[in-house]
Write a protein that binds this ligand. Structure first.
Ligand SMILES: *[C@@H]1O[C@H](CO)[C@@H](O)[C@H](O)[C@H]1NC(C)=O
Length: 637
C-alpha cells in the first residue's frame, strides 16, 4: 500500500488506493509508483485549485536555435533532451505514471443537445446559396446606402452587405474592385518591412473570376449576397488552381491539388472570388505566424508585431481591409488567436460541423476550418455557406440541424433570451497584462447590466491535462500526416522552430496517446457538468496582445514557448473537446493593440455564441481604431 498525495494538480484528494505494482525481477523487488486518479464524476469541483503552469523555456533564435535543433534530432542526445522537456512539463507524470479510470475518447463525443431557442434552421443538405439567403434574413438592420454616402470620419470596415449594395446599385463592379485588391496585395509585398500576405497569388486568376462575377451582375443574376465578395484561403485548405504549401517550401510537390476543398467549393458556388492562399505559420506548428520561408505577415495595427497564428495571413488580409472575409483553420486557436490580435472576428466551428475534406491534416480530431471577418454579420454569412458535416461525421457524431440566431427579430436577441455566462476567475485573470482581463471583465459587467446576462463563477478541473491532450493529439495527428515526408528526409527543409515540436512529437508513444485521450474524456465530463449551469464559457481569447517581432527571428525563426503558451492559454478547450468558440474584438490595451474576448459554446451551439457576439459587437460603441495598414478597397479612387 502506497500513499500518495495529490498536490500539483486538480483532483484534490489523497489517494489511499493500492498504487504500487510489485515486480520480482532478477531477485530484486521494484516498486513502480503510479498516481491513481479518482473517477471524474467523484471529483469535488469546490476543492479544485487553479494551478495552470506556464511553459518555462528560454527563447531560442539564430545560432542557438540551430544548435538546439541539431541536438534534439540527434539519436541519443535527442531522446535525452525530449525526455528532459517532457519531465519538466510533467508529461511523463501525467501520461505514464498515472492510472486514469476513464476509457479513452478518441474524438469529441457529445451527449444529445437541446435545440437552441430563437433560431432559424439551415438546410444542411440544401444549396449553399439557399443557406446564405436564410442567413441574410437573420442579420440585423444595416443601411448600406447611408454608409456609402456618409461623410463620417470614424473608422468602420466595409461589410459584405456594403459590397453587395455597391455592385447592385452600379456604384462599382467586382472587376473594378479586383484591381484595387490586386494593387493592395502588391503594395503590401513591396512595403518596408514587407507584408507577405499571400503565398500563392495569380493576378490573371483573380481577374478571370471578377470578370465572370461582373458579367453575372450585368445579366442581373448574381448567385448570392456573396457574389463578387473577395476572400482569401489559408494555405492548408485546397483552393484550385493554387497549390497548398501549408507554409512549407515543398509539401505541394508531394501533395498536388486538383480540386477545391469542400468548404471552398461551397463558397465558390455562391460566387465568392478567391484572391489566393494566405501565409501561415509553417504546418500550423506555432501561434505567432512567423514564417522564415515566405516571410512573416505584420500586424496591421503595428507592423513591428506579429499577427498571431497560425492563420496569420488570413487575419492580416481581413484586418487591413483587403478582403471582407477569409478562411482559416484552428487546431489550437489558429483562427481565434490571430483574429484577436488583429482586432477582428474569428469563428471556430464545432468539430464535425464543417467538412474537412481537401485540407492538409484531414481527417483529424482537433482541427476545424472557419471564417475570419471584420464583423459578426459577415462571419454568419460565410459560415452559412461553408457549413455541412462530412458523411463520416454524420454517422459518428449525428450533428443536429445547423442554425443561426435571428438577429433581425426581437425574439432572437440576447435580451429576450438572457444567457448564463461562466467565468473561471483565476484563469480569466491569469494574463500577461491586466489591460486584457480588465477590458474583458468590463464587457461582462455591461452584458449583465444591459442585457441581463448572469455571470456565474465556475471552476474547471485539469486545464493543464487538457492542454497536454491537445499537444499529444495534434502532435500525433500532424506527425501521422507527415510520416511519409519525414521518412524522405524532407523535414530537414522545415523551419527550425517547426522541427523542434516534431522531434518532441516523435518521442511520444502509443500509450501516451491513449492516456491523453482518457484525459479528453475526463475533461468532456467536467465541461458537460459546467454546461448544465451555464450557456457559454467566457475567457479572454489570448493571454497577451500582439508580441513584438525580434529581428533575429525573421531569417531563421525563433522558438519562444513562453509566448506560444501565453497566446494559446485559453484556446485549446475548444479543440480537444470540439466546442464552437468565437473571438470578438472588445478594445485595446495601453499600447493600442487589439484585445479579443472568447465565447465558448456547447457542442453545436454556434447560434448562441453568434447571438452573444453580435450583442457584444453592438454594445461596444467606442470608435474602432483604423489599423495603420488599411486599404479602402471598395471606395478607392
Ligand atoms: C427573422 O425575423 C424577421 C422578423 O420577424 C423575419 O422577417 C425574418 O424572415 C426572420 N428570418 C428568417 C430567416 O426566418
Amino acid at each position: 500500500m502506497v500513499m500518495v498525495s495529490w498536490n500539483w494538480w486538480a483532483p484534490v484528494r489523497t489517494c489511499t488506493l493500492p498504487c504500487g505494482t510489485t515486480n520480482n525481477a532478477g531477485g530484486r523487488l521494484y516498486i513502480i509508483i503510479k498516481w491513481v486518479l479518482v473517477p471524474a464524476n467523484e471529483v469535488q469541483f469546490t476543492q479544485v485549485k487553479y494551478d495552470f503552469q506556464q511553459v518555462q523555456a528560454p527563447r531560442l533564435a539564430g545560432l542557438l536555435l540551430k544548435l538546439f535543433t541539431i541536438l534534439i534530432e540527434a539519436p541519443l542526445i535527442g531522446s535525452l533532451i525530449t525526455g528532459y522537456l517532457k519531465k519538466q512539463n510533467k508529461m511523463n507524470e501525467m501520461l505514464r505514471n498515472t492510472v486514469i479510470p476513464e476509457p479513452p475518447m478518441f474524438k469529441p463525443e457529445y451527449p444529445p443537445q437541446e435545440q437552441e431557442a430563437g433560431v432559424v434552421d439551415l438546410e444542411e443538405e440544401g444549396k449553399p446559396e439557399d443557406r446564405v439567403k436564410s442567413a441574410l434574413r437573420c442579420l440585423p438592420h444595416h443601411d448600406p446606402a447611408g454608409r456609402w454616402n456618409s461623410k463620417s470620419t470614424s473608422f468602420r470596415y466595409w461589410k459584405i452587405r456594403d459590397y453587395a449594395y455597391a455592385y447592385r446599385s452600379g456604384l462599382t463592379t467586382p472587376a473594378m474592385v479586383a484591381e484595387n485588391v490586386i494593387s493592395a496585395v502588391e503594395e503590401c509585398k513591396n512595403m518596408v518591412p514587407q507584408i507577405p500576405l499571400l503565398i500563392s497569388f495569380d493576378v490573371e486568376e483573380v481577374r478571370k473570376q471578377a470578370a465572370a462575377s461582373t458579367q453575372r451582375f450585368e445579366e442581373g443574376r448574381p448567385l448570392s449576397i456573396l457574389d463578387g465578395i473577395f476572400m482569401a484561403v489559408k494555405d492548408d485548405i485546397d483552393c484550385y488552381p493554387h497549390p497548398s504549401t501549408g507554409g512549407t517550401t515543398w509539401l505541394h510537390n508531394v501533395r498536388p491539388v486538383n480540386k477545391d476543398g469542400v468548404a471552398v467549393s461551397r463558397l465558390r458556388s455562391c460566387g465568392v472570388i478567391f484572391v489566393g492562399k494566405t501565409n501561415m505559420h509553417e504546418l500550423g506548428l506555432g501561434a505567432t505566424g512567423m514564417n522564415p520561408h515566405h516571410g512573416t505577415p505584420r500586424n496591421p495595427h503595428d507592423p513591428q508585431r506579429y499577427t498571431g497564428g497560425s492563420s496569420s495571413g488570413s487575419a492580416a488580409i481581413v484586418a487591413s481591409g483587403i478582403c471582407p472575409a477569409a478562411l482559416g483553420s484552428d487546431a489550437g486557436g489558429s483562427i481565434r488567436i490571430p483574429a484577436s490580435l488583429c482586432g477582428i472576428v474569428g469563428l471556430k466551428t464545432t468539430y464535425g460541423r464543417t467538412d474537412m475534406k481537401g485540407t492538409l491534416y484531414s481527417p483529424g480530431t482537433v482541427e476545424v476550418i472557419g471564417p475570419i471577418a471584420s464583423s459578426v454579420d459577415d462571419v454568419m454569412l460565410v459560415y452559412a455557406a461553408m457549413l455541412g458535416s462530412s458523411p463520416a461525421d454524420k454517422i459518428s457524431l449525428r450533428p443536429p440541424i445547423p442554425c443561426l440566431p435571428n438577429l433581425s427579430s426581437g425574439a432572437g436577441s440576447v435580451d429576450s433570451l438572457p444567457l448564463r455566462l461562466g467565468k473561471y476567475t483565476e484563469w480569466f485573470n491569469d494574463v500577461h497584462s491586466p489591460d486584457i482581463s480588465d477590458t474583458c471583465g468590463k464587457v461582462l459587467t455591461s452584458l449583465s447590466e444591459i442585457h441581463g446576462c448572469e455571470i456565474v463563477d465556475i471552476t474547471i478541473p485539469e486545464i493543464q491535462q487538457m492542454f497536454m491532450a491537445q499537444v499529444v493529439s495534434y502532435g500525433s495527428e500532424s506527425l501521422c500526416s507527415l510520416v511519409p515526408q519525414c521518412q524522405n528526409g524532407e523535414y530537414k527543409k522545415l523551419a527550425l522552430d517547426s522541427r523542434i515540436p516534431l522531434a518532441l512529437f516523435q518521442s511520444l508513444s502509443a500509450s501516451d496517446y491513449v492516456a491523453a485521450q482518457r484525459f479528453r474524456r475526463r475533461s468532456m465530463y467536467y465541461h458537460m457538468e459546467i454546461f448544465k449551469k451555464v450557456d457559454v464559457i467566457v475567457t479572454p481569447t489570448t493571454g497577451m496582445t500582439a508580441p513584438t517581432i525580434h529581428p533575429s527571428a525573421l531569417s531563421c525563426g525563433e522558438s519562444d514557448l513562453e509566448v506560444t503558451g501565453n497566446l494559446m492559454k485559453f484556446s485549446v478547450t475548444a479543440n480537444v473537446l470540439g466546442f464552437p468558440a468565437i473571438s470578438v474584438p472588445v478594445g485595446y490595451d495601453k499600447q493600442g493593440l487589439p484585445i479579443g474576448l472568447q465565447l465558448i459554446g456547447r457542442p453545436w451551439g454556434e447560434a448562441t455564441i453568434l447571438r452573444l457576439a453580435a450583442a457584444i459587437e453592438q454594445q461596444w460603441q467606442e470608435p474602432k481604431k483604423k489599423p495603420i495598414i488599411y486599404f479602402d478597397i471598395l471606395k478607392a479612387d
